[in-house]
Design a protein around this ligand. Sequence first.
Ligand code: SF4
Length: 542
Amino acid sequence: MFCYQCEQTYRGQGCTDLGVCGKDESTATLQDLLVYAAKGIAMYAHRARQAGATDPSIDSFVIDCLFATGTNVNFDPIRLASLIDRAAAVRDQAKALYERACPGAAPLGGAAAFKPAGSVEGLVAQGKQNLIPDHLLAVGPETGNLQELILYGLKGLGAYAAHAKRLGASDADANGDILEILDFLTLPSPTVDELVGMAMRTGELNYRIMKLLDKANTDAFGHPTPTGLRLHPRKGKAICISGHDLADLYELLKQTEGTGIQIYTHGEMLPAHGYPKLKAFPHLAGNFGGGWQDQQKEFPTFPGPILMTSNCIQDPKDYKDRIFTTGPTAWPGVRHIANHDYSPVIEAALRAPGYAEDGPDDEILTGFGHNAVLSVAGQVVDAVKAGAIRHFFLIGGCDGARPGRNYYTEFAQAVPDDCLILTLACGKFRFNKLDFGQIGGLPRLLDLGQCNDAYSALQIAGALADAFKCGVNDLPLSMVLSWYEQKAVAILLTLLHLGVRNIRIGPTLPAFITPAVLGVLQEKFNLMAITKPEQDLAAILN
Ligand code: SF4
């Protein structure tokens, strides 16, 4: 196996024997093969689309394939093998679509001609013929690494498209662009300029998909409003729900109404507490635990079942009997809930002890989406003009296990009192329980939401730029971002596509960014690695 798609990759270079995330060789190789099969689908479906023929079921399946191969999503070789078999059938569907749209066209080769072996072992052997190091040798490191950068951006936006799809929101043009970009990745010798251009297009596409998901979430559940949420339990039976999928949370809340079971959010589900239609459920009790990487020590202490809805599952060996997966997520031997019927989770909660007593009433705030922040934009602009707010910091992104991530806690703590901190995604667990006080009645720490709510951050930045009649790069705003997996790659590409400069990124730079590409990003966007909190703060503020 070879995998270097996330930040915790072994020695910052690549996981080869076993993933640091727990992904074994079979699973890693099957994920690569599924991507290969998805490219084969895209080769036909993109050409069919150019001839005016589309099939939403094909688009939908490709999105699911991208999501399934993200970090900490699907660890189950059997489920991956079944997706690969289905990919071959969907490829045939795309081929037929193409042949109807372009009668007489010759069949395509390469990934479009993929024939899956008849067993998991056979598929793993097929996958080994297509490992990344061999590809890098064949096409050269610049081309190969840029192709991987684009692919990881696609995986990230595929996750957002999948969440939007779950709420019935889809954008045919965006889906077509996903197919086009996947098809582009099958070209034998693209130029570096073409690859960089396609990376920027991937960022533009991610912006559209985050907008689609923002609309889907807010249409379904209302615009988030500032909301306090409990950090400690209430007495009674309990279910913990983790991941990003608000539709899954809504279903679970509906199905547990009247049962006496309290629902606790975990990880990226925390911002759900700000959505009016979700917080209207009185048994949405609070938030459990800290960053996703602490789950193996925290979940054993949770007195009920756990439902994982998207990224972030780790080996649940100590609580395998009471963790469930749904949607794209899977772990071998863990019960998977299809069709959103959570009866097995509810039954497990009723069997489990639950919490014996109420915990303390401490709360933190979430719910500062773009609508909420822009409703007080005038107050914010006046505070900046009066000198009460000196600077805005967006400190956001993914959390992870590396010790270097303490940088983000230390940075947030060192931000002077006359500066506002915007945050989003799970990196906030490094500091979201600290008291940052207020400026003129506004909390100094504003939680904008999940990682996809980078869309909110961009709306807020755009509105501030309009108010001050300047560009986003001229605002007193600095972005200090942490990355872990492919959604962060998609967001970074979006920021670069929008021309945002001076972004600081850490805790380490991606292994798939070559020195030459980094040089281009530094020159064009002044993208830089984090250093020391005090050093970076001084450079920003002085
Ligand atoms: Fe390694 Fe990350 Fe790939 Fe897991 S997803 S195998 S930790 S690079």
